[in-house]
Design a protein around this ligand. Structure first.
Ligand code: C2E
Ligand code: MG
Ligand code: MG
Ligand code: MG
Length: 280
């Protein structure tokens, strides 16, 4: 009750910023109980080889359904989880759940899991991943951790050390959302990464944008020279897929191939041997 009063007074005096701040506080508190109350689930978005549309991997994406707040976007709650320190617990849940789901897969597809900055720089991050692999029996070679370039640049030395340790375990690494931060193609050569994911913003309207076309072509060329495979995010049209295939981009992800799917739906078409194209 006293907290309520305080919040209301705060709201009264700082009206302009308060409703958003209040919402943040409410969501942060609700987040604490989300695991116990079974409000999280994962969806999996297929990642395919361009040209053949063969399934090569899936990216686990976290979903939070709250009885009052509804479906909260990870773009909104992940930052709150990072700020409040809950991201480690939540990240662990994601890793374990995704590995348990995907270990049943017959096909040797990769499992991509997003890792936030706070998680990666944790002292025992690599040991933790190792423990999860042991517990679930999921093969390390099929785990592909996605980190963003801002994370990678935050503390380059520390990141390199972690990535090298992950490499030793056999775990693969993707650089996510490439092109959105202060990306420099030159530091790519220093990071031990296996995949580079070109951000969706470079794929949007690619058809009509010659600047984007030349940027993407250069990124692909540099990456390939460094033995890094390129994944295009957010492919929504056939034309984008064809263009990127023509530029020798290796893999693609996006609504054109498939939206993120519930695990059951993923199993259904894999089990039935259906191609992604039939699912569109
Ligand atoms: P991301 O890792 O770059 O994931 C790709 C996002 O683009 C996903 O949004 C996906 O649903 C969306 N997407 C895929 N294809 C298309 C397309 O063709 N068109 C459009 N418009 N969107 C497409 P989502 O699931 O809302 O996730 C947003 C971000 O939240 C992710 O971006 C990732 O940074 C973060 N996130 C999601 N799950 C987790 C998680 O388990 N842990 C962490 N740390 N972050 C997560
Ligand atoms: Mg990602
Ligand atoms: Mg991404
Ligand atoms: Mg992105």
């Amino acid at each position: 009750k006293r907290d309520d009063d305080r919040l209301q007074r705060y709201t009264f005096y700082h009206h302009a910023i308060s409703s958003e701040a209040l919402k943040g506080v409410q969501l942060t508190n609700a987040l604490r109980k989300a695991i116990e109350l079974n409000q999280f689930h994962l969806v999996y978005q297929p990642k395919v080889e361009l040209g053949t549309a063969e399934l090569k991997g899936v990216e686990a994406l976290l979903r939070w359904n709250h009885p009052e707040h509804g479906n909260v976007s990870p773009m909104d709650f992940i930052p709150l989880a990072e700020k409040s320190g809950q991201i480690n617990r939540i990240g662990d849940w994601v890793l374990e759940k995704a590995m348990r789901d995907m270990r049943a897969f017959e096909q040797p597809v990769l499992l991509n899991v997003n890792i936030s900055a706070k998680q990666l720089i944790q002292e025992n991050f690599v040991q933790n991943v190792h423990a999860r692999l042991q517990e679930t029996g999921f093969p390390a070679e099929r785990l592909n951790l996605e980190i963003t370039e801002t994370v990678a640049l935050y503390d380059v030395e520390k990141t390199m050390d972690k990535l090298n340790q992950l490499n030793k375990l056999g775990v693969k690494v993707s650089l996510d959302d490439f092109g959105t931060g202060y990306s420099s193609l030159s530091y790519l050569s220093k990071l031990p990464i296996d995949y580079l994911k070109v951000d969706r913003s470079f794929i949007r309207h690619l058809e009509a944008d010659d600047t984007k076309k030349s940027i993407i072509k250069s990124i692909i060329e540099v990456a390939h020279n460094l033995n890094i495979q390129v994944v295009a995010e957010g492919i929504e049209t056939e034309e984008q897929a064809d263009l990127l295939h023509g530029y020798k981009c290796n893999l693609g992800q996006g609504f054109y191939f498939s939206k993120p799917l519930l695990f059951e739906d993923l199993l259904n078409y894999i089990g039935a041997g259906k191609s992604i194209a039939e699912l569109r």
